[in-house]
Write a protein that binds this ligand. Structure first.
Ligand SMILES: *[C@@H]1O[C@H](CO)[C@@H](O)[C@H](O)[C@H]1NC(C)=O
Ligand SMILES: *[C@@H]1O[C@H](CO)[C@@H](O)[C@H](O)[C@H]1NC(C)=O
Ligand SMILES: *[C@@H]1O[C@H](CO)[C@@H](O)[C@H](O)[C@H]1NC(C)=O
Ligand SMILES: *[C@@H]1O[C@H](CO)[C@@H](O)[C@H](O)[C@H]1NC(C)=O
Ligand SMILES: *[C@@H]1O[C@H](CO)[C@@H](O)[C@H](O)[C@H]1NC(C)=O
Ligand SMILES: *[C@@H]1O[C@H](CO)[C@@H](O)[C@H](O)[C@H]1NC(C)=O
Length: 340
């Protein structure tokens, strides 16, 4: 009797020790190891699509897998091997080339990205020999099971991918995160990062003034054309631009002094409602800025991505949504949406 009680107690203790993530990390395509749930997406996607698709579990800032040591390598190998519905050879990881102007074959020029655009450099990099490749287009890395190695490749190729969800990243799931993830479909691409939802509708193009008043996809939240104030946020925007296949993506930055003949100065972050703020982060693309083009779009060439574009041409545009208008009007504490 006492013995069975002890067993019951032991079982209930064991059960309560299982985390939400662990409890939900079941199925033929996933595995819990250490404090992380690894999920294989067994179908095919570009690396760009893969990195905005790690949304199996909300509240964990899911990202493409970081193969940071031999244990993770082993787990990824097992997840791919154990998936029997069909055979998978390679899967995208979160490893990317850091600086396209620096050597591609220098391993210290590669890093694992979190979904917020921050990377960490890594010394455990089990490359296949001949990798990273000297091919300048090979700026992403995948893990291949048969070689049990990392291979550099072009991110536009279609492969499976492995996402990672870490206990340490756990946050309460907000209504905005839920809405942000639900909004993604067809031609609408989203990324939820640090309580901000970024939205790019690849099928909708507008001139600057119309775009400025069109960030209304999530009612109840403050929306405006995106303000990219750091290279990390630029990374998020570049990911969405690539997924959308857009050459130009408008931002909420304008040169307000229409008489200015110096394209290097006088840029302001704007919203439809708030006072403009000086834009200090201006990573110009090659041959930019150009005079008499008074708005800015993200173009290829990350991390030198800002191009001046004229305000009347219609382009896709990147919106961001922050704190709810309800909590703003009731004066609840929180960050001003403007500074996100
Ligand atoms: C995970 O499982 C718990 C029950 O253990 C459940 O309450 C929760 O909603 C699940 N979370 C997710 C993200 O699926
Ligand atoms: C994690 O995976 C490694 C490699 O497969 C294995 O040796 C280890 O036992 C696993 N750890 C846990 C806690 O399951
Ligand atoms: C990228 O590499 C080039 C060439 O080494 C260097 O001049 C430049 O400063 C680097 N850029 C960054 C952002 O590190
Ligand atoms: C991004 O996320 C990582 C992992 O949580 C964190 O270490 C880093 O500080 C974050 N960076 C920014 C800019 O928020
Ligand atoms: C434009 O402004 C910048 C910064 O004030 C200055 O360095 C540059 O000389 C100016 N260019 C012209 C053509 O006036
Ligand atoms: C910015 O706009 C929001 C509404 O979009 C408003 O709640 C907030 O008070 C404004 N902030 C400033 C500094 O004007």
């Amino acid at each position: 009797m006492l013995f069975s009680l002890a067993i019951l107690l032991f079982i209930s203790l064991t059960v309560t020790a299982i985390t939400d993530l662990q409890a939900n990390c079941t199925g033929p395509d996933r595995r819990y190891n250490g404090t992380t749930c690894y999920v294989l997406y067994a179908y095919s996607a570009t690396q760009d699509v893969s990195k905005i698709s790690c949304n199996h579990y909300l509240g964990y800032s899911g990202h493409l897998v970081h193969i940071r040591n031999a244990v993770v390598q082993n787990v990824v190998h097992q997840v791919i091997t154990n998936y029997v519905a069909f055979t998978i050879y390679c899967a995208w990881t979160g490893l990317e080339l850091l600086n396209s102007s620096a050597s591609h074959t220098d391993s210290s020029n590669w890093g694992y990205y979190h979904r917020n655009g921050t990377f960490f450099s890594q010394t455990y990099l089990p490359w296949l020999s001949g990798h990273p490749s000297t091919n300048l287009d090979y700026n992403r890395a995948m893990y291949c099971k048969n070689e049990d190695r990392l291979l550099s490749y072009q991110g536009s190729n279609l492969y499976s991918y492995v996402c990672e969800y870490e206990e340490a990243q756990k946050q309460p799931v907000s209504n905005l995160e839920q809405k942000c993830v639900n909004l993604m479909s067809g031609s609408v691409f989203t990324s939820f990062v640090n309580d901000v939802c970024y939205v790019l509708q690849s099928a909708v193009s507008k001139n600057y003034n119309d775009a400025k008043g069109s960030c209304n996809a999530l009612s109840g939240y403050n929306g405006h054309l995106a303000h990219l104030r750091t290279v990390e946020k630029l990374w998020i925007a570049e990911a969405l631009r690539l997924v959308a296949g857009a050459s130009y993506v408008r931002l909420g930055i304008e040169q307000t002094d229409l008489s200015s003949t110096n394209a290097s100065i006088g840029w302001y972050l704007t919203t439809p409602t708030n006072q403009s703020m000086p834009a200090n982060f201006l990573p110009w693309a090659t041959s930019n800025p150009t005079t008499n083009k008074r708005t800015i779009a993200v173009v290829a060439g990350y991390p030198k991505s800002f191009a001046t574009v004229d305000s009347t041409t219609a382009y896709p545009f990147l919106c961001q949504y922050g704190r709810s208008t309800l909590s703003a009007s009731t004066g609840a504490p929180g960050k001003s949406t403007f500074f996100l």
